[in-house]
Design a protein around this ligand. Sequence first.
Ligand SMILES: Cc1cc2nc3c(=O)[nH]c(=O)nc-3n(C[C@H](O)[C@H](O)[C@H](O)COP(=O)(O)OP(=O)(O)OC[C@H]3O[C@@H](n4cnc5c(N)ncnc54)[C@H](O)[C@@H]3O)c2cc1C
Length: 317
Amino acid sequence: MEVLMSTPNQRDLVIIGGGPAGYSAALYAARASLDTLVIEQGMPGGQIATSDMIDNYPGIEQCSGAELGQKMKAHAESAGAQSTYGSVQSLIRHESGFTITTDMDSIEAKSVIVATGATPRPGNFSGEETYRGRGVSYCATCDGMFYRGKHVFIIGGGNSAVEEALYLSNLADQVEIIVRRDVFRAPRGMVDRLSAKPNISIRYQTSIIEVAGSTFINTITFRDNATGKTHVESYDEGSVGVFVAVGHDPATNLVAGLAELGPDGGVLTDEHMGTTTPGLYCAGDMRSKSLRQVVTAAADGAIAATAAYHYIESLTA
Ligand SMILES: Cc1cc2nc3c(=O)[nH]c(=O)nc-3n(C[C@H](O)[C@H](O)[C@H](O)COP(=O)(O)OP(=O)(O)OC[C@H]3O[C@@H](n4cnc5c(N)ncnc54)[C@H](O)[C@@H]3O)c2cc1C
């Protein structure tokens, strides 16, 4: 493929988001000789940059999330990708490609990969931010191992709460699901699967309103939503965890009108990460998907970059 000498504001490929999906895409695109720019508004690594430890990325037994993010960025840049800091405000498709407007600049690209991630919805209880990663988690697949033999609470009444409870029941001694209302939102068939697990119990019409402790959580305050009464339960420090499983908010604003969304609010793509707009690909947690992890985001990024390469090549064929 011909490599065009682009000006700084004209690129073959712009990748929006410097998380695992974005930097994996950048690595594959740069290795395919695409003139590639990653635009990131915060820390490289995205969500994992906030995690003390990643221990389920194949080949890397243990690593801090920030370090893994930096390594992904450095790897992509060593292959020739460039990065810039900026918050993308809009993405417009026109006849000859895309215009990407950041808070500082405007860039033209032949193809765009949007990899803006997702945010786990908060549980909205006191102490949630303070004990995030120290007793409060948003992902059983990520953190379940740390609760082997312990007591865990799962907040939520939908599919993800049931899935997380089933997963954690194979690790934790005791699993309690905290359901705000008097019924689950998850379908009956799914909820019935819980009864096969003797270490899972359910507290209906209950909310967790506060967690507290020292280094880790040691007290949890519950509210009975029928009576409004509250009570506090105490645990040995480090023996208890609270998993918030109330869904994710995929960051899809930039692709409004350019791509279709699925029932979970994520972008629907084809198997090449393509959207309904030619030349526009979406990768990682922002997609409609069942497993939001580093390894799946990285895989999406690699597929999207390969598809973008073939798309750009087809423009000059
Ligand atoms: C606390 C925590 C712990 C986790 N632990 C694990 C774990 O142990 N193992 C595991 O596999 N997964 C873990 N995950 C999940 C994992 O981090 C995600 O699945 C993964 O980061 C998704 O990658 P992504 O690139 O799709 O999105 P993200 O990581 O969300 O990256 C998206 C990036 O896009 C940027 N962005 C968004 N909008 C714009 C914009 N308009 N302009 C410019 N940049 C923008 C964001 O700043 C962000 O950096 C964890 C998640 C959290 C929150």
